[in-house]
Design a protein around this ligand. Structure first.
Ligand SMILES: NC(=O)c1ccc[n+]([C@@H]2O[C@H](COP(=O)([O-])OP(=O)(O)OC[C@H]3O[C@@H](n4cnc5c(N)ncnc54)[C@H](O)[C@@H]3O)[C@@H](O)[C@H]2O)c1
Length: 471
């Protein structure tokens, strides 16, 4: 099977090459320049061990403080600097870190606030080992790049960047500086996502065929943050950006189930369409006076975006995004294989051969309270290890946010840095998962025409190891 897959990939690559050279399809070009001499492929990169990790934080608004708290609570860590536009944010997080440190750690934290560029001074003065970046989307790339150039590993909130040029610059800088640049995709550490990965690896649903991934979350209420905070900058994207603006929460886990960009398969092409853009205008009209700035915007990005990804092996992934329509939250989190299906929201599975006394075949779901037997059997070892609430670490992780996934992610980052292990998400994965935004925008502009994925690995994905089941 493996051999025939490899031949298939080679054949597919050849046909891609011939198609691109004939410019047969609009935007169908995955060409890349050679890796610069001296640059290193970062797929399974191991950095030297850092026993006591000195971390700086840029952006401690709604999100950044979470990371700071989880990080500061772990042994072998030192918070050395915090930067934000606002002094009150910086002071709040300074107090939290100082208290967690109990006069032993985090007692010498430099604070930077007041203008857009203070973080640059921070990097120069502090020279941290790692930088956590949790600012608005437009400055993720420049902050990650400058952090790596200053000698730090960069950990960047989602999406890692919003355009193809910035994504390549992140890759090239990581390869040149030999620094990790990991996107902080916390959903890959969710209990269900970890369990589904475990079940896929055990072959429970056979060969993988199709996935569904989404971020469907009514966030209209964020428009109340008119002058600072998430809504103040994110609202502008609904007006001025295009396509799927937040693809990574759903796609990250499905990509790792399928081993995309890791040895087995890779992203090939994408087509995308959006619905009309109506909901944000209606919400602004209903909730704000006529002359309010939210009523002066023209909300041009369609409310609901649907893209379909085709992989080198011919698998398909439907990726949806909607932060506007009235509807319960879902990330879909669905993976179909030749022997069964795993699905989220609500969590449910169906297996052709059935499961114990709970199902005899795939014609009915195992769901609700019956899922306990599945969790008992297939919970990921990492989740089992860290979910022990009788330990202080287990309690801390349970309280860390998003059902514990945030704490597990930071735990793994610290563990990998301290032990010189590859990150669970390499820089290429962050870029592949984020590039959905510009590719979907291009496809929409061209009436759904296929867009090819840039191969951020420059062909090296074939030799990159799949993420193993970490215990
Ligand atoms: N993974 C998740 O579950 C999750 C959840 C929420 C947000 N996020 C991501 O986190 C990021 C931040 O979102 P948020 O909701 O916290 O936004 P936010 O507006 O609440 O916080 C961003 C912070 O960055 C600061 N900032 C902006 N420019 C800066 C600069 N030049 N220098 C220093 N600080 C600067 C702002 O002052 C603000 O406090 C976004 O990328 C978002 O997509 C991820």
């Amino acid at each position: 099977m493996k051999k025939s897959r490899r031949n298939f990939i080679k054949t597919t690559s050849l046909s891609i090459a011939s198609l691109s050279s004939s410019s047969f399809l609009t935007g169908f070009s995955n060409q890349y320049s050679d890796r610069k001499s001296g640059n290193q492929y970062m797929g399974d990169f191991k950095a030297p061990k850092i026993k006591n990790i000195r971390a700086a934080f840029i952006g401690v608004g709604a999100r950044g403080g979470n990371h700071l708290k989880s990080f500061a609570s772990l042994e072998g860590t030192e918070v050395v600097a915090i930067s934000d536009l606002y002094q009150d944010n910086v002071n709040r997080e300074f107090k939290i870190a100082s208290e967690i440190g109990e006069e032993k750690r985090h007692q010498n934290i430099s604070l930077y606030w007041g203008d857009e560029n203070k973080w640059r001074i921070m990097l120069r003065e502090i020279k941290p080992d790692v930088v956590f970046i949790s600012t608005n989307w437009n400055n993720h790339a420049v902050m990650a790049i400058e952090s790596m150039k200053s000698g730090a590993h960069a950990f960047v909130e989602v999406p890692i960047a919003t355009n193809i040029k910035d994504l390549w610059n992140i890759i090239d800088t990581s390869e040149e500086t030999k620094k990790h640049c990991m996107m902080l995709e916390n959903v890959n550490y969710g209990r269900d996502e970890l369990m589904f990965l475990n079940m896929c690896r055990k072959g429970l649903i056979g060969e993988l065929l199709h996935g569904e991934a989404s971020y469907i979350h009514d966030l209209r209420f964020q428009m109340k943050e008119e002058n600072r905070g998430t809504g103040s900058w994110r609202t502008l994207h609904y007006a001025n950006s295009k396509g799927n603006l937040y693809p990574t929460h759903g796609l990250g886990p499905v990509s790792q189930y399928m081993n995309l960009s890791r040895g087995e398969d890779n992203f090939k092409t994408l087509v995308s369409f959006s619905s009309p853009a109506i909901g944000r205008r209606l919400y602004a009209e209903k909730n704000y006076p006529k002359e309010h700035k939210w009523n002066k915007l023209e909300y041009k990005n369609g409310d609901l975006n649907t893209s379909i990804i085709k992989t080198n092996l011919g698998r398909t992934i439907m990726v949806q995004w909607d932060e506007t329509s009235p509807r319960p939250y879902t990330r879909l989190n669905l993976i179909q294989g030749t022997k069964g299906i795993l699905a989220g929201f609500p969590t449910r599975i169906a297996l052709e051969e059935g499961f114990k006394n709970l199902s005899k075949d795939h014609h009915s779901w195992i769901e609700g309270k019956d899922m306990k037997a599945i969790y008992d059997e297939y919970d990921h070892p990492l989740y089992k290890k860290l979910n022990d609430k009788s330990t202080s670490l287990g309690k801390q992780i349970a309280e860390s946010g998003h059902g514990g996934m945030d704490g597990i992610m930071i735990y793994r980052i610290v563990e990998c840095l301290q032990n010189g292990l590859p990150m669970d998400q390499n820089v290429y994965e962050g870029c592949f998962w984020s590039v959905i935004t510009p590719l979907s925008a291009n496809s929409i502009k061209n009436d759904g025409e296929p867009q090819s994925f840039p191969d951020f690995t420059r062909g090296n994905w074939e030799k990159t190891k799949p993420l193993k089941i970490i215990s």
